[in-house]
Write a protein that binds this ligand. Sequence first.
Ligand code: F0G
Length: 477
Amino acid sequence: MTAAAIHAAAKATKTDAAFQQCVMPGCGATYDIAEVRTSCDACGSLLDISYDWDRLPAPRSLRDFEAKWARRNEPLERSGVWRFRELLPFAPDEKIVTIGEGQTPLHPSPGVSDYVGMDAGRLMLQYEGMNPSGSFKDNGMTAAFTHAHLIGAKRAACASTGNTSASLALYCGMSRLMQAVIFIGSGKISYGKLSQALDYGALTVQIAGDFDDAMMRVRQVSQQLGIYLVNSVNPFRLEGQKTIMLRVLESLGWEVPDWVVVPGGNLGNSSSFGKAFHELHKLGLIDRTPRLAVINAAGADTLYELYENRGLRWNKGQPDTKIVDSYYAELDAASERADTIASAIEINRPVNLMKCLRALECMDGVVREVTDQQILDAKARVAANGLGCEPASAASVAGAKMLREEGVIDRGERVVCVLTGHQLKDPTATVAYHSSDQNEFNRVLGSRGVSTATFANRAVQVDNDLDAIVRTIQLNS
Ligand code: F0G
């Protein structure tokens, strides 16, 4: 499709009240919804999807969404993303590509509440592992994919630590509208996620390097070959991810929690949560905003280092970017690479850093880093209480526990931890943690500073003999 044809197609379909806009208040350049871009021409910053709310039928109350529950047999009302489409109104209904994403529950978890040190019933888990591809990524992918379809894209690409690629591959497979081209770092992706991309039929490009390398390459390649880029640098992705917070509010009877705790990798979720609450507040749909806690893995702690140790702030749209440049120069000089068992967040150069700083300002946020030991222990407690998650997701629970121990979170406050990905995404880490074979434990976890498995549930070894088996069960139950 030529640029002129794309523009004409978009003119016919676009909602004029939605547009792309530079995040930097001092620039604020705007672009048509139909343009494919991931940065501002004028200043190089990230873009938002912005809306002229005065010209749109925004809901008057969040309770207006309840009427849609009765129409759950219609695909757009069934989707946990698109039933909120009045709050992400950039695409006409007939262009929306949905596969029923976002049917995700908010679970109270007394056991995890107790582990974190909260009063009973005060900690809840938003279980995004229930999405069709097993992670929160489907919330954003349906939105980016819809935009890609809107502008007539035939190929879509991403770099990934595994979940974005699984999600993209699934949308391509289900819709047959586009081919998926995914870039992954060699040896940097768990088998659960790799198997999804391969099985769904994505063109899988494994490059020697890590996520940060793959991200740089996919940006170059998609530019050169005109392939639609769906990483969270794509502002449409974040529109879909806003709905995770809408579902949290929905589950709480439209009450605002005190804290939202989320793992931080590329910082798309935290950025989108900030945007969601900012817009809801601006529209008068909520009267206060929860506080935000973003949790890095200690082996991939750029945000923590910049925000908590070097004082980097959004500063009302005037961040001191020299702090970032000098930190990245230090990482390069030391050839330092991200390294954590939570491979999903093994990222040192988060693409949404600036938007996340904005979210932290808007939500009076804090940032913490947790070790792989803390992550795996938290993950085991989450699973023992019934909701399995992958290591990166458990960073939220480990972070909530740390903030509780510091007294930053009060035991009576209402806390929502987002569990971003399903347990089966990374069985290697789980099996190693519970293994009774010390060699296996050391092979997978030893180099990561994990020394004990406090909550291990070890398989019992027994001879293939009926009496011995019966005795073992009697002894252990
Ligand atoms: N949790 C999981 C399970 C993830 O897959 C990711 C990111 C994150 C947390 C971090 O989220 O980027 O919004 O801060 N995974 C990306 C991927 C990078 O390629 O699948 P974020």
